[in-house]
Design a protein around this ligand. Structure first.
Ligand SMILES: [Zn+2]
Length: 180
């Protein structure tokens, strides 16, 4: 499945020096012991100064929630433990509990903000199951609308994402702050 990006993505294609420096800074993060410096979720966990650039919408004591940079659909979130681990049996009971609370919390925020008809929520465990980042567990929350498997998707295996990630990040963070 390809994703068709709208014109705001031109900012990334026509990257200037400042933008390149910014991108390098995003990928050059001091991470803690047992974390992976090349893992974008560990980078999000350990660099709290660039939440906007990374589209981090929420941190709790044991979890981090980010917008998926390569969304299957508008509003696609990833909920992950702070620890870099790829197996469910590596999670503590407290992490399991907090992860489910965050999935619940963000599903209901997406419901209020985006008014979807349903959700796909799930975990791809291992590369053969489709995990793009098998070393760091993350749950996908994908809002669905009736008919979102639309004409373009059906004829060309591509999908149009109608809202920019920056705008969506602003919307979700603002809503979350207002509603507690
Ligand atoms: Zn990681």
């Amino acid at each position: 499945m390809d994703t068709l990006w709208a014109p705001w993505r031109m900012a990334f294609i026509a990257e200037d020096d400042a933008a390149r420096d910014e991108r390098n800074a995003l990928n050059n993060v001091q991470v803690g012991e047992n974390a992976d410096p090349d893992c974008f979720l560990c980078q999000a966990v350990f660099d709290e100064s660039r939440d906007k650039q990374r589209h981090v919408v929420c941190r709790t004591e044991l979890t981090v929630t980010v917008l998926n940079r390569f969304p299957y659909n508008n509003g696609h979130l990833l909920v992950a433990p702070r620890c870099h681990c790829g197996r469910l049996d590596q999670l503590t009971d407290a992490e399991k509990s907090e992860l489910l609370q965050e999935i619940d919390h963000w599903t209901s925020i997406l419901e209020k903000v985006m008014n979807p008809d349903g959700f796909n929520i799930g975990l791809n465990l291992g590369r053969s199951a489709g995990a793009g980042l098998p070393g760091h567990l993350h749950w996908h929350i994908v809002p669905r609308w009736n008919g979102d498997t639309n004409f373009i998707t059906a004829v060309s295996s591509a999908k149009v994402i109608p809202q920019s990630l920056d705008a969506l990040w602003e919307l979700l963070v603002r809503f979350s702050a207002e509603t507690g």
